[in-house]
Design a protein around this ligand. Structure first.
Ligand code: V55
Ligand code: FE
Length: 531
């Protein structure tokens, strides 16, 4: 599929919509009519109902943000370590425009990607935030309205955007071969300047090496070779079972790829990469063209791309890295829903993958095909999956719930331990009594420590920051956002020592406002940043 240069589209769009608005407004005025067609609605007003798009919801407490910020020398309580040098990036969905009434109920995952950068150096921190200038953002900016209908459903789009990338770049940031990539799993990454946050490429394909139409928000960096490994699902188009998996060298040159097929099309949000293997976890948050086209009997109209189908099994697919994918083997299991890989490794032919997940759907905003959403079954735990490839007759995978007492989501690790055996994991934990806390697991002791700020502070996902180059695994800091509902959602960014989680933050960056919504964050060492 070829894409027109986005600038052309932007010009075409702005011209067309400008003319359209003039014509329809004129006609309305001439007829004395008060009701303008949807396409000419001039208001920018988000719905007050928090369940509706842009008005709130779990991923966006406080509603749309939309303001791009620069704050030089932020206020800091405590001490930012003098030798800490790097940028902490964060990203989340921040609706650029309200949706037309018929798509008002769309899910938060469809907001435009708003990237924040905290540049920490010499004990000071400067903050900057920008929207990713995606093809979609530029088209909507020119038209001054929403043009893309529902989450990952192009059948609901304004015809004027046909051929533009739908990617919002709203899910995760990654830094490799000098490029800051902002990613959404339905599209190729968007490249940004890591210092200015200017968008430098709104459709980054690794110089054409990305052959699929999609790219995960959770690529990995090989801890030994420094290679980049990523994949894209639904890589040949909507609801296709095709997955493109590839690696790129330190310069971004694609040096391996394979095409594989999954048992059914579903959300494959993350994947596991060890030194020897690539592992895909396929769970029943599934899609098909009837759901997308809106012809499923359960719904009237198009759906938000995925629905939970409890009749489907989960599949754990393991293939050799560097091969052609023909050795891919699928192992079957009960209908769990796992989203993020905490860590993984291969020991000979034995593959271990730790993920956070629940016994059933964890995303209540996606419809369920057969039964009501059950929050108890959605509760997430750290799950350890193992398979032994030596056993040629094995058709199932082994499951262990590692820490039955700890509930949470968004698992992370010390990112320097991608692809190799690891000892420490992190989880955004939630507890009815204690509120949100950052959990740090020591798998070798099967122990857990927590950091929390009490029930008034709501914590977002944390990112691990090494104390210095060459620091031991998980020796350093956790950084992340704390929001205070009693202060209208005003945000702090806290830095906590992983050796002293119970001692409270080493430094607290007080923002004078709340921050834009966040899904994930990523740390880039200052030595890797330009300038
Ligand atoms: C996730 C988030 C997404 C998405 C799919 O956190 C999965 C999981 C912000 O968008 O499109
Ligand atoms: Fe994620």
């Amino acid at each position: 599929m070829s894409r027109k240069p986005s600038d052309d589209n932007q010009n075409t769009l702005s011209r067309r919509n400008f003319m359209g608005a003039v014509v329809t407004a004129g006609a309305g005025a001439a007829a004395g009519g008060l009701i303008l067609p949807e396409s000419a609605r001039a208001e920018v007003l988000f719905p007050k109902d928090r369940s509706e798009f842009g008005a709130g919801g779990a991923a966006n407490p406080g509603g749309p943000y939309r303001s791009e910020n620069d704050l030089y020398d932020c206020e800091v309580e405590g001490t930012l370590p003098k030798d800490l040098d790097g940028t902490w990036f964060r990203v989340g969905p921040d609706p650029q425009y309200p949706k037309p009434a018929k798509y008002e109920h769309d899910i938060m995952f469809d907001g435009e990607g708003h990237i924040g950068a905290f540049r920490i150096k010499d004990g000071h921190v400067d903050f900057r935030s920008r929207y990713a200038r995606t093809q979609r953002w530029k088209a909507q900016h020119a038209a001054r309205r929403s043009l893309f209908g529902m989450y990952r459903n192009p059948t609901t789009d304004d015809p004027s955007v046909n051929g533009l990338s739908r990617g919002t770049a709203n899910t995760q940031i990654f830094f490799h071969h000098g490029k800051l990539l902002a990613m959404k799993e339905d599209s190729p990454p968007v490249a940004m300047n890591p210092v200015t946050l200017e968008t430098t490429d709104d459709y980054y394909t690794f110089n054409g090496g990305l052959l699929g139409l999609t790219h995960t928000a959770h690529p990995k960096r090989d801890s030994e070779t420094g290679e980049y490994i990523a994949f894209g699902y639904e890589a040949k188009g909507l609801a296709t079972p095709d997955v493109f998996v590839f690696s790129a060298d330190k310069t971004g040159h694609v040096n391996w790829h394979a095409w594989i097929k999954v048992p059914y099309a579903s959300m494959i949000h993350d994947f596991a990469v060890t030194q020897k293997h690539v592992v895909f976890y396929v769970c029943p948050l599934a899609t098909n063209m009837s759901l997308i086209n809106g012809t499923l009997p359960q719904f009237n109209g198009p759906g938000p791309h995925f629905a939970w189908d409890s009749t489907l099994p989960t599949w754990f697919g393991v293939m050799r890295r560097g091969g052609d994918g023909k050795d891919l083997r699928w192992f079957k299991g009960p209908g769990y829903m796992c989203t993020h890989v905490m860590g993984c490794w291969s020991d000979g032919d034995k593959v271990t993958v730790d993920m956070d997940g629940g016994e059933s759907n964890q995303f209540p905003f996606f419809p369920q095909l057969h039964e009501k959403f059950d929050p108890m079954k959605g509760a997430g735990h750290v799950m350890r999956f193992t398979v032994d490839l030596k056993n040629k007759r094995q058709t199932t995978y082994n499951i262990e719930k590692m820490y039955p007492d700890v509930v949470g989501a968004l698992s992370r690790q010390d990112d320097r331990y991608h692809t190799v055996p690891y000892r420490y994991g992190f989880l955004l934990s939630s507890d009815p009594a204690d509120g949100s806390r950052w959990a740090m697991f020591d798998h070798s002791k099967r122990s857990v420590n927590f950091f929390g700020l009490g029930r008034d502070a709501s914590l977002a996902e944390m990112t691990f920051v090494p104390r210095k180059k060459g620091a031991a695994e998980a020796d350093g800091y956790l950084i992340g956002v704390a929001s205070y509902h009693k202060e209208g959602g005003r945000s702090d960014v806290v830095l906590v020592d992983t050796q002293h989680l119970d001692a409270g933050p080493v430094a607290t960056i007080h923002l004078p406002y709340r921050l834009a919504p966040q899904i994930h964050g990523f740390w880039v060492d200052g030595g890797d940043l330009p300038g």
